[in-house]
Design a binder for this molecule. Structure first.
Ligand code: COA
Length: 160
């Protein structure tokens, strides 16, 4: 399903960045990258994400990063979920980000391919995600990887 790009990301040494499992030392770099991308500083959120997805249950939860500790250039987070909403086990991607100046050079595709490899190794046969309706870039990105509309519709209700 995953389309793999051959373009190399722009790094200082022009070398292809390694994609690896996040460690505790990577959390400040993830917080800094997210702040650069979203404009919001969320240290508690990312520490909690690391504790839930990076530190344990590695057979079904995956927090992958590209870059060095202290300067993370991209990351992706996913999990195998089973039987929620009556769905058979499948991989879910919750977050993907790439540093602005490195985009459209294949790093996002490599992160996507890497987490899909983790999902395949975990024994599932498909990957799912949820995207904001108005985020055309993320729609274009996931479509370019081969993803299409899935079988569920999200519903919500405000309490105020
Ligand atoms: C989405 C994102 C991760 C893509 O990373 P990337 O490294 O640029 O991705 P790639 O270079 O592998 O792009 C693969 C394909 O995605 C599509 N794409 C990527 N950026 C695009 C853009 N700005 N406009 C249109 N299509 C785009 C293209 O089809 C591209 O293939 P092409 O280069 O052959 O045309 C990156 O843009 C990003 O971090 N965005 C902000 C974070 C975000 O919104 N995350 C989603 C919420 S969790």
């Amino acid at each position: 399903m995953a389309r793999r790009t051959v373009k190399a990301p722009r790094t200082e040494g022009d070398a292809e960045m390694e994609i690896r499992t996040a460690t505790a030392a990577d959390v400040p770099g993830v917080i800094a990258l997210d702040e650069e991308v979203t404009g919001l500083l969320k240290p508690d959120y990312w520490q909690d994400m690391f504790e839930r997805y990076g530190a344990r249950r590695r057979e079904s939860r995956f927090f992958l990063v590209a870059g060095a500790a202290g300067r993370i250039d991209g990351f992706i987070i996913g999990e195998v979920r089973a039987w929620e909403f009556g769905s058979s086990p499948s991989g879910w991607i919750f977050a993907v980000q790439v540093r602005s100046r490195l985009r459209v050079h294949g790093l996002g595709s490599r992160l996507f391919a890497a987490v899909c490899d983790c999902f395949r190794d975990a024994g599932v046969d498909r990957v799912r995600t949820m995207v904001a309706r108005d985020n055309t870039v993320i729609h274009s990105f996931f479509r370019s990887q081969g993803m299409t509309a899935g079988p569920f519709i999200e519903l919500e209700m405000r309490f105020d």
